[in-house]
Design a protein around this ligand. Sequence first.
Ligand code: G3H
Ligand code: 13P
Ligand code: ZN
Length: 332
Amino acid sequence: MEKVSYKDIGLVTTTEMFAKAMKGKYAIPAYNFNNMEQLQAIVMGCVESKSPFILQVSSGARKYANQTLLRFLAMGAVAMINDAGSPVKFALHLDHGDTLELCKSCVDSGFSSVMIDGSHHSYEDNIKLTKQVVEYAHAHGVVVEGELGVLAGIEDAVSAEKSTYTRPEQVEDFVRKTNVDSLAISIGTSHGAMKFKPEQCTRDSRGVLVPPPLRFDILEEIEKRIPGFPIVLHGASSVVPEYVEIINKNGGALKDAVGIPADQLRKAARSAVCKVNIDSDGRLAMTAMIRKTLAEKPAEFDPRKYLGPARDELIKMIIHKNKEVLGSAGQA
Ligand code: G3H
Ligand code: 13P
Ligand code: ZN
């Protein structure tokens, strides 16, 4: 495949975004996508709320969408934003890169940011792998996110039974030795829609499951050791109860789905957390509307008639997150 730089596509890195977010005490949303309707919703929602954003692609999503088409989708998103006369800028980011080869391939095909997730390796191997990715990426002006500590939860490419919190005493050494630009940490968030087992939760007065609070004590300790360094929160979907209810009412079977409450995310966004990853909530918003529409209109078979409402709901969700949870709205 022909090599292309993110600069030629009109993308930006996260450097300036994170510096402003740190100063302004908000966080940049990183929305995962793998199809056209999700991309349209992310662009429209962030243009409408004037929010900078990170367009995030997992290796599974890259295979699903086709890596060449993906590059042109990102170019199309830049053109769409410019046509709208909007000042919104975005980074194209590889989520959970697991090999040097994959990270290099993304750098070469127009990504402005890559994550190398060496968190499942030993500390020494994580440093070694992350350093190699940083050397290649930085030589091309691309930024790198590393990870220390393991999140629980299961996704296509990311799977761990139990979480291991980030050890604050390692972060300074890791950042210095690898030269990464941002660091994903584990403080109690988790991937997917089933983030916690019911026995880990308490119930509020209405019987709704309340998950254990995030470990802000660990975050504070990390901030003390690497002041002003951009921190990333994965597994940060709230698993919006309204969407879970619509899904279950319309033939779905999402039992015990629990996410991170919005107030915990608001608190994190005011700290050194500069990037908040959201995938599951977008999936739930779309699935809820698709199930509802098809249940209400069983004779419908035009994909636009159910993907359209799904896209509209995702736009609403994104505007809400940017305005009410992360504080990135109006910061473009
Ligand atoms: O953290 C992982 C993301 O939610 C991507 O998931 O590998 O199923 O695309 P995926
Ligand atoms: P959620 O599953 O909570 O949306 O997390 C997504 C994520 O961390 C992608 O890297
Ligand atoms: Zn993740």
